[in-house]
Design a protein around this ligand. Structure first.
Ligand SMILES: NC(=O)c1ccc[n+]([C@@H]2O[C@H](COP(=O)([O-])OP(=O)(O)OC[C@H]3O[C@@H](n4cnc5c(N)ncnc54)[C@H](O)[C@@H]3O)[C@@H](O)[C@H]2O)c1
Ligand SMILES: O=c1ccn([C@@H]2O[C@H](COP(=O)(O)OP(=O)(O)O[C@H]3O[C@H](CO)[C@@H](O)[C@H](O)[C@H]3O)[C@@H](O)[C@H]2O)c(=O)[nH]1
Length: 480
């Protein structure tokens, strides 16, 4: 029996290992973490993350060949293959602050592996890391190894939250990078054997270490770039009367471009895109490639512009002030089918509206009040000026309430802002919502989920990203 241990029981470690356990009954998988509450949750009926299909997978193998534990050292010692899936956030202090990846957690995991190992191991980079990280990890492991042999592999994860189980069951590709030595290639083959239990061979790509590490950053940069491209077009659509959905459809029909990832939105969020592009920008700068760095930086700048453009549109449409007005926010997670709020555009939009003294009532089917308040109270990091942390005013969270129902959130509101594309927001009783709101009643759809014509018939003034402007809004030029 192959023993796998995964360090880090988060959004990646948990679902990925659960699927490996399900698909490989002859492999024993233990997921370890230093966060006791997270491990307790993985061992309970209330898993620590919301992900469609995850509960069923965990239920089928937990206690058989899938285990969750806080005894990190014991399980690392017993493992043949150690996946490292710890968080690699953007550094907020010191050299490279605001861009470089913070590898503190990764380094401490590597040192611990070197300290406790008593047999040869394959160490797999599952976390997203800067290109060349494997070289540093190799040095840490071999300098402390007491003669034990380690092989480092890069096996970046491409799952998206909300569809993680589907993505893991049927990945576009699995990427494994290794040293081009006999030992390195043997390790690549061993990991390949695990995935080959359910992934067709032609979808398992093998490369050298640096290509695998860089491909992960490149893939996220390309994906985010598509969203910034369509979002940039959405501003031009609003200015010209074109419809961004029609433009995206027409553009995406070109098979060289393709139809996916062309939905205009209030901006991309999530824990990966911004972090990984900033990391890429930093690597380019370190290599003296300033033009390349600036090119990718622009993807983030357009994303920031899209969020502030949305806030400006709300304020300018409502007679240039939202002061003291109740604004309902539907959706706070960074996308549908997840409760994750990391880097969600809702944080910046809500802070922008509160900055203009709006009174917010927020509803998201998967995000707790505690989480919303924590996110809004957090200081915002200024990526361009890392020395300047912009705190939210300490009283600001008093202007925010969290509701458990869209109807309660919208009652007596002047406006509704839709910030996450939850399916249930498409089929709300908008007539009932309209009747309960102050007039004129506005809907600002940051995800293009509502039927604009139907809502206008009801009486709403509707703004939908990149769509021809409501006659009312045409007379109210945005301030951006
Ligand atoms: N979230 C995604 O959708 C996604 C997808 C692909 C890749 N990634 C990458 O995968 C990595 C993990 O992301 P995540 O979203 O799962 O992060 P996460 O914060 O949800 O989970 C990381 C876990 O690692 C644990 N940890 C940190 N240091 C540890 C240590 N020394 N020993 C034991 N446990 C430790 C933390 O307690 C935490 O529970 C990141 O590099 C991320 O960029 C994320
Ligand atoms: O057409 C689109 C598609 C996405 N988004 C937004 O983009 C963000 C990211 O969405 P998505 O990529 O679906 O979710 P993530 O979980 O962040 O997954 C991305 O980041 C992961 C972490 O690296 C990678 O593994 C995945 O392949 C990559 O898709 C979300 O705010 C979406 O609402 C849009 O605005 N328009």
């Amino acid at each position: 029996m192959v023993n796998i241990c995964c360090i880090g029981a988060g959004y990646v470690g948990g679902p990925t290992m659960a699927v490996i356990a399900l698909k490989c009954p002859s492999v024993k998988v233990v997921v370890v973490d230093i966060a006791v509450s997270r491990i307790n949750a993985w061992n309970s009926d209330q898993l620590p993350i919301y992900e469609p299909g995850l509960d069923e997978v965990v239920k089928q193998c937990r206690g058989k060949n899938l285990f969750f534990s806080t005894d990190v050292e014991k399980h690392v010692r017993e493992a043949d293959i150690v996946f490292v899936s710890v968080n690699t956030p953007t550094k907020t202090r010191g050299l490279g602050a605001g861009k470089a990846a913070d590898l503190t957690y990764w380094e401490s995991a590597a040192r611990m592996i070197a300290d406790v190992a008593v047999s040869d191991k394959i160490v797999v980079e599952k976390s997203t890391v800067p290109v060349k990280t494997a070289e540093a990890i190799e040095k840490i492991l071999t300098h402390n190894s007491k003669g034990i042999k380690f092989q480092i592999l890069s096996n970046p994860e491409f799952l998206a939250e909300g569809t993680a189980i589907q993505d893991l069951f049927n990945p576009d590709r699995v990427l494994i990078g290794g040293r081009e030595t006999p030992g390195g290639q043997k390790a690549v083959q061993e990991l390949k054997n695990v995935y080959a239990q359910w992934v067709p061979e032609d979808r398992i790509l093998t490369t050298n270490l640096w290509s695998a590490e860089l491909s992960k950053l490149a893939a996220n940069a390309f994906l985010a770039q598509r969203i910034s491209s369509v979002n940039a077009m959405s501003a031009l659509c609003e200015a010209t009367g074109a419809n961004v959905s029609q433009v995206a459809h027409a553009v995406g029909k070109d098979t060289r471009i393709g139809p996916k990832f062309l939905n205009a939105s209030v901006g991309f969020g999530g824990s990966c895109f911004q972090k990984d592009i900033l990391n890429l920008v930093y690597i380019c700068e370190c290599n003296g490639l300033h033009e390349v760095a600036n090119y990718w930086k622009q993807v983030i700048k357009i994303n920031d512009y899209q969020k502030s453009r949305f806030v400006n549109r709300v304020v300018s449409s409502m007679f240039n002030t939202v002061s003291g007005k109740k604004v309902a926010v539907l959706g706070f997670a960074f996308k549908k089918d997840t409760g994750d709020t990391r880097e969600t555009p809702a944080i910046d939009v809500c802070k922008g509206l509160v900055g203009d003294k709006a009174l917010l009532s927020i509803f998201d089917p998967q995000v707790t009040e505690e989480q919303v308040m924590r996110d809004l109270a957090m200081r915002k990091f200024d990526w361009d000026h890392p020395a300047h942390l912009q705190p939210m005013s300490p009283t600001a969270t008093k202007e925010v309430s969290v509701c458990w129902d869209a109807y309660e959130a919208t009652k007596d509101a002047h406006a509704v802002c839709i910030l996450t594309e939850w399916e249930e927001f498409k089929s709300l009783d908008y007539k009932k919502i309209f009747d309960g709101m102050r007039k004129p009643a506005f809907v600002f759809d940051g995800r293009n989920v509502v039927d604009v014509d139907k809502l206008r018939e009801i009486g709403f003034i509707v703004y939908s990203i990149g769509k021809p402007l409501d006659p009312w809004l045409k007379d109210m030029p945005a301030l951006a």
